[in-house]
Ligand binder design. Sequence first.
Ligand SMILES: [Zn+2]
Length: 211
Amino acid sequence: MKFLYNPPLIIKKIFRDFRWNTSNGKILLTFDDGPNPGTTEVILKKLSEEKIKALFFCVGDNVQKYPNLVRDILSEGHSVGNHTYNHKILSTLTKEEKDFQISSVNNLFAENFSISLKYFRPSHGKFQLSTSSLMKKHQLKNVMWSLLTYDYKNDLSIVKFAVEKYLKPDSIIVLHDSNKSKNIISDSISFIADEVEKRNYQFGEAEECLN
Ligand SMILES: [Zn+2]
């Protein structure tokens, strides 16, 4: 399943064990697909300037390639989540392959960073009915979103449109830590931060937002 900007209520109701919005009325910024040299650094710098703590959904393959970037994310006080081992769409995989896509990333973080991951986001945002039981098995919360910015289209005007129209006090916002959004990621974060301030909304951290 794939969605425009804000997923329909009926889907949120059917998959009510997934997180679509924050539980505390604050805004949570999430970054998918990293870590990635050339964007992770830019994102971390901007988040530090704006004093925002975000949640990074990391791809296992990138975690192995760029452990220092993971260390940077963690040392800045951000949270991390599981975004599969190599961005495979779960519905196309066997049961064993699905388990590998999830458990390998959990293991990577446990062994290299002493972190027990709590959050998962499926690659391409695609999930199935069986995703719920898969989450239970691996003791993860599936974190979806209520605001997809389409930043990967690399067009700041699309991000601005999405944010102006769909930003809510309890939004979970998706951005990307990848080359696709490289040219606009910093401005996108600034735009969101300005909009949040203008509306008197507040950013929260993963732990409090996903309780
Ligand atoms: Zn992704």
